[in-house]
Design a protein around this ligand. Structure first.
Ligand code: PGA
Length: 245
Protein backbone atom coordinates (compact mmCIF):
# COMPACT_ATOMS: atom_id res chain seq x y z
CA UNK A 1 0.00 0.00 0.00
CA UNK A 2 1.23 3.42 -0.89
CA UNK A 3 0.26 6.10 1.66
CA UNK A 4 0.22 9.71 0.51
CA UNK A 5 -0.39 12.20 3.30
CA UNK A 6 -1.49 15.78 2.72
CA UNK A 7 -1.69 18.45 5.37
CA UNK A 8 -5.41 18.95 5.09
CA UNK A 9 -8.58 17.63 3.50
CA UNK A 10 -8.65 20.08 0.60
CA UNK A 11 -5.08 19.32 -0.49
CA UNK A 12 -5.76 15.61 -0.18
CA UNK A 13 -8.86 16.01 -2.34
CA UNK A 14 -7.00 17.89 -5.07
CA UNK A 15 -4.32 15.19 -5.17
CA UNK A 16 -6.90 12.41 -5.32
CA UNK A 17 -8.81 14.20 -8.08
CA UNK A 18 -5.61 14.63 -10.08
CA UNK A 19 -4.86 10.92 -9.75
CA UNK A 20 -8.38 9.96 -10.83
CA UNK A 21 -8.20 12.38 -13.77
CA UNK A 22 -4.86 11.02 -14.91
CA UNK A 23 -6.22 7.47 -14.88
CA UNK A 24 -9.22 8.57 -16.98
CA UNK A 25 -6.97 10.54 -19.35
CA UNK A 26 -4.81 7.45 -19.84
CA UNK A 27 -7.83 5.23 -20.35
CA UNK A 28 -10.88 7.26 -21.40
CA UNK A 29 -13.11 4.16 -21.31
CA UNK A 30 -12.06 3.28 -17.74
CA UNK A 31 -14.54 1.36 -15.61
CA UNK A 32 -14.82 2.89 -12.16
CA UNK A 33 -16.40 1.89 -8.85
CA UNK A 34 -16.90 5.15 -6.95
CA UNK A 35 -17.89 5.54 -3.31
CA UNK A 36 -20.37 8.00 -1.95
CA UNK A 37 -19.96 9.20 1.66
CA UNK A 38 -18.58 12.54 2.69
CA UNK A 39 -14.88 11.86 2.12
CA UNK A 40 -14.63 11.86 -1.71
CA UNK A 41 -17.06 14.73 -2.28
CA UNK A 42 -14.48 17.49 -2.61
CA UNK A 43 -12.37 15.34 -4.94
CA UNK A 44 -15.49 14.82 -7.08
CA UNK A 45 -16.13 18.57 -7.07
CA UNK A 46 -12.52 19.12 -8.17
CA UNK A 47 -13.01 16.62 -11.00
CA UNK A 48 -16.17 18.44 -11.99
CA UNK A 49 -14.25 21.71 -12.21
CA UNK A 50 -11.62 20.03 -14.42
CA UNK A 51 -14.38 18.73 -16.63
CA UNK A 52 -16.07 22.16 -16.86
CA UNK A 53 -12.73 23.72 -17.76
CA UNK A 54 -12.27 21.23 -20.59
CA UNK A 55 -9.31 19.56 -18.88
CA UNK A 56 -11.02 16.22 -18.46
CA UNK A 57 -13.32 14.27 -20.77
CA UNK A 58 -15.06 11.55 -18.75
CA UNK A 59 -17.90 10.98 -21.21
CA UNK A 60 -16.73 7.45 -22.06
CA UNK A 61 -16.15 6.33 -18.48
CA UNK A 62 -18.26 3.44 -17.28
CA UNK A 63 -19.55 3.47 -13.69
CA UNK A 64 -20.57 0.61 -11.42
CA UNK A 65 -22.41 1.67 -8.29
CA UNK A 66 -20.54 0.59 -5.15
CA UNK A 67 -23.41 0.05 -2.74
CA UNK A 68 -27.07 0.76 -2.06
CA UNK A 69 -29.60 0.54 0.74
CA UNK A 70 -32.02 -2.33 0.35
CA UNK A 71 -35.53 -1.10 -0.39
CA UNK A 72 -34.62 2.30 -1.81
CA UNK A 73 -35.67 3.37 -5.29
CA UNK A 74 -33.05 4.84 -7.62
CA UNK A 75 -35.10 8.00 -7.72
CA UNK A 76 -35.14 8.39 -3.94
CA UNK A 77 -32.99 11.38 -3.07
CA UNK A 78 -31.45 9.41 -0.19
CA UNK A 79 -30.38 6.49 -2.38
CA UNK A 80 -26.68 6.07 -2.95
CA UNK A 81 -27.49 5.80 -6.65
CA UNK A 82 -29.00 9.30 -6.67
CA UNK A 83 -26.01 10.55 -4.69
CA UNK A 84 -23.60 9.02 -7.20
CA UNK A 85 -25.51 10.64 -10.04
CA UNK A 86 -25.56 14.13 -8.58
CA UNK A 87 -22.02 14.15 -7.15
CA UNK A 88 -20.10 12.49 -9.97
CA UNK A 89 -22.00 11.16 -12.96
CA UNK A 90 -23.93 14.29 -13.94
CA UNK A 91 -21.17 16.80 -13.18
CA UNK A 92 -18.71 14.79 -15.30
CA UNK A 93 -21.18 14.38 -18.16
CA UNK A 94 -21.14 10.59 -17.99
CA UNK A 95 -24.19 9.30 -19.92
CA UNK A 96 -26.74 7.58 -17.71
CA UNK A 97 -26.60 4.45 -19.86
CA UNK A 98 -22.96 4.01 -18.87
CA UNK A 99 -23.92 3.62 -15.20
CA UNK A 100 -24.77 0.19 -13.79
CA UNK A 101 -26.77 0.32 -10.60
CA UNK A 102 -27.18 -2.02 -7.66
CA UNK A 103 -30.98 -2.10 -7.58
CA UNK A 104 -32.23 -1.47 -4.05
CA UNK A 105 -35.77 -2.41 -5.04
CA UNK A 106 -35.01 -5.61 -6.96
CA UNK A 107 -37.67 -8.27 -6.43
CA UNK A 108 -34.85 -10.81 -6.00
CA UNK A 109 -31.88 -8.88 -4.58
CA UNK A 110 -29.64 -11.96 -4.43
CA UNK A 111 -30.15 -12.60 -8.13
CA UNK A 112 -29.61 -8.88 -8.82
CA UNK A 113 -26.23 -9.10 -7.09
CA UNK A 114 -25.26 -12.11 -9.19
CA UNK A 115 -26.27 -10.21 -12.33
CA UNK A 116 -24.21 -7.23 -11.15
CA UNK A 117 -21.09 -9.39 -10.72
CA UNK A 118 -21.68 -10.90 -14.16
CA UNK A 119 -22.01 -7.40 -15.66
CA UNK A 120 -18.68 -6.38 -14.12
CA UNK A 121 -17.04 -9.46 -15.56
CA UNK A 122 -18.61 -8.79 -18.97
CA UNK A 123 -17.27 -5.23 -18.81
CA UNK A 124 -13.74 -6.59 -18.34
CA UNK A 125 -13.51 -5.82 -14.61
CA UNK A 126 -13.01 -2.61 -12.67
CA UNK A 127 -10.10 -0.36 -13.59
CA UNK A 128 -10.38 1.93 -10.59
CA UNK A 129 -12.15 1.60 -7.24
CA UNK A 130 -12.48 4.89 -5.36
CA UNK A 131 -13.26 4.00 -1.77
CA UNK A 132 -13.88 5.57 1.61
CA UNK A 133 -13.06 3.84 4.87
CA UNK A 134 -15.78 2.90 7.32
CA UNK A 135 -15.09 3.40 11.01
CA UNK A 136 -15.36 -0.40 11.37
CA UNK A 137 -13.09 -1.08 8.39
CA UNK A 138 -15.90 -1.65 5.91
CA UNK A 139 -15.30 -0.99 2.21
CA UNK A 140 -18.51 -0.27 0.37
CA UNK A 141 -20.88 -2.11 2.68
CA UNK A 142 -18.60 -5.11 3.13
CA UNK A 143 -19.23 -5.18 6.84
CA UNK A 144 -17.06 -7.17 9.23
CA UNK A 145 -16.66 -10.07 8.94
CA UNK A 146 -16.10 -10.18 5.17
CA UNK A 147 -13.86 -12.62 3.39
CA UNK A 148 -11.73 -11.55 0.46
CA UNK A 149 -13.68 -13.74 -1.93
CA UNK A 150 -17.08 -12.44 -0.83
CA UNK A 151 -19.24 -11.76 -3.90
CA UNK A 152 -21.61 -8.84 -4.29
CA UNK A 153 -24.49 -9.54 -1.95
CA UNK A 154 -27.12 -8.38 0.50
CA UNK A 155 -25.69 -7.50 3.92
CA UNK A 156 -26.98 -6.54 7.35
CA UNK A 157 -25.52 -3.23 8.44
CA UNK A 158 -23.57 -3.29 11.68
CA UNK A 159 -24.50 -0.95 14.55
CA UNK A 160 -21.34 1.10 13.76
CA UNK A 161 -22.43 1.69 10.17
CA UNK A 162 -25.95 2.56 11.25
CA UNK A 163 -24.50 5.07 13.71
CA UNK A 164 -22.10 6.60 11.19
CA UNK A 165 -24.83 6.93 8.55
CA UNK A 166 -27.42 8.24 11.00
CA UNK A 167 -26.64 11.91 10.24
CA UNK A 168 -27.51 11.36 6.56
CA UNK A 169 -30.92 10.02 7.59
CA UNK A 170 -31.87 12.35 10.42
CA UNK A 171 -31.36 9.66 13.06
CA UNK A 172 -30.04 6.13 13.44
CA UNK A 173 -33.56 4.71 13.74
CA UNK A 174 -34.24 5.78 10.14
CA UNK A 175 -31.20 4.12 8.52
CA UNK A 176 -32.26 1.09 6.45
CA UNK A 177 -30.89 -2.01 8.18
CA UNK A 178 -29.77 -3.83 5.03
CA UNK A 179 -27.83 -2.97 1.92
CA UNK A 180 -26.46 -4.36 -1.32
CA UNK A 181 -22.76 -4.05 -1.84
CA UNK A 182 -20.14 -4.75 -4.45
CA UNK A 183 -18.30 -7.69 -2.93
CA UNK A 184 -14.78 -7.79 -1.58
CA UNK A 185 -14.00 -9.95 -4.62
CA UNK A 186 -14.86 -6.99 -6.89
CA UNK A 187 -12.48 -4.75 -4.93
CA UNK A 188 -9.84 -7.48 -4.86
CA UNK A 189 -9.95 -7.74 -8.65
CA UNK A 190 -9.95 -3.99 -9.34
CA UNK A 191 -6.79 -3.04 -11.20
CA UNK A 192 -6.25 0.01 -8.98
CA UNK A 193 -7.72 1.08 -5.66
CA UNK A 194 -7.71 4.59 -4.20
CA UNK A 195 -8.70 4.81 -0.54
CA UNK A 196 -9.57 8.30 0.71
CA UNK A 197 -9.40 8.88 4.46
CA UNK A 198 -9.92 12.11 6.34
CA UNK A 199 -10.23 13.20 9.93
CA UNK A 200 -8.95 12.28 13.34
CA UNK A 201 -11.91 9.96 13.90
CA UNK A 202 -10.47 7.70 11.17
CA UNK A 203 -6.96 7.59 12.63
CA UNK A 204 -7.12 4.29 14.46
CA UNK A 205 -8.97 2.46 11.67
CA UNK A 206 -6.49 3.78 9.10
CA UNK A 207 -3.54 2.57 11.16
CA UNK A 208 -5.21 -0.81 11.55
CA UNK A 209 -5.92 -0.93 7.79
CA UNK A 210 -2.27 -0.34 6.94
CA UNK A 211 -0.46 -2.08 9.79
CA UNK A 212 -2.94 -4.37 11.46
CA UNK A 213 -3.29 -8.11 11.15
CA UNK A 214 -5.14 -9.05 7.95
CA UNK A 215 -8.51 -10.37 9.05
CA UNK A 216 -12.12 -10.63 7.85
CA UNK A 217 -13.01 -8.81 11.08
CA UNK A 218 -11.55 -5.65 9.55
CA UNK A 219 -12.26 -5.92 5.79
CA UNK A 220 -10.04 -2.96 4.88
CA UNK A 221 -6.96 -4.93 6.04
CA UNK A 222 -7.44 -7.09 2.94
CA UNK A 223 -6.08 -4.11 0.98
CA UNK A 224 -2.63 -5.07 2.29
CA UNK A 225 -2.82 -8.02 -0.11
CA UNK A 226 -3.77 -5.89 -3.12
CA UNK A 227 -0.91 -5.03 -5.49
CA UNK A 228 -2.07 -1.51 -6.42
CA UNK A 229 -3.55 0.51 -3.57
CA UNK A 230 -2.92 4.19 -2.96
CA UNK A 231 -4.23 5.72 0.25
CA UNK A 232 -4.82 9.46 0.18
CA UNK A 233 -5.05 10.69 3.76
CA UNK A 234 -4.98 14.01 5.50
CA UNK A 235 -2.65 14.55 8.42
CA UNK A 236 -5.53 14.32 10.90
CA UNK A 237 -6.25 10.76 9.76
CA UNK A 238 -2.65 9.70 9.18
CA UNK A 239 -1.33 10.90 12.54
CA UNK A 240 2.30 9.88 12.70
CA UNK A 241 2.16 7.38 9.87
CA UNK A 242 4.90 8.34 7.39
CA UNK A 243 3.94 9.47 3.90
CA UNK A 244 5.43 7.43 1.04
CA UNK A 245 5.68 10.40 -1.31
P1 PGA B 1 -17.46 8.73 4.97
O1 PGA B 1 -17.90 7.21 4.85
O2 PGA B 1 -16.68 9.07 3.75
O3 PGA B 1 -18.76 9.49 5.06
O4 PGA B 1 -16.63 8.84 6.23
C1 PGA B 1 -16.97 6.21 4.66
C2 PGA B 1 -17.66 4.88 4.83
O5 PGA B 1 -18.37 4.69 5.82
O6 PGA B 1 -17.46 3.99 3.99
Amino acid sequence: MNLIVHENYDEMSVAAAERIASIIQERPTATILPATGSTPMTAYADLSRMSDAGLLDASQVRVFQLDEYLGLAETDFRSLFAWTLRSLVAPLGIPRDRVRNLPGQASDPDAACRDYDAAIEAAGGIDLAILGLGPNGHLGFNEPPSNLDAPSRVVELTPESITSNGPYWGGTDRVPPQALTAGMSVIRDARAVLLLVSGEHKRSILERTIRGEVTPDCPSTWLQRHPNVTVFADRAAAGYLPSDN
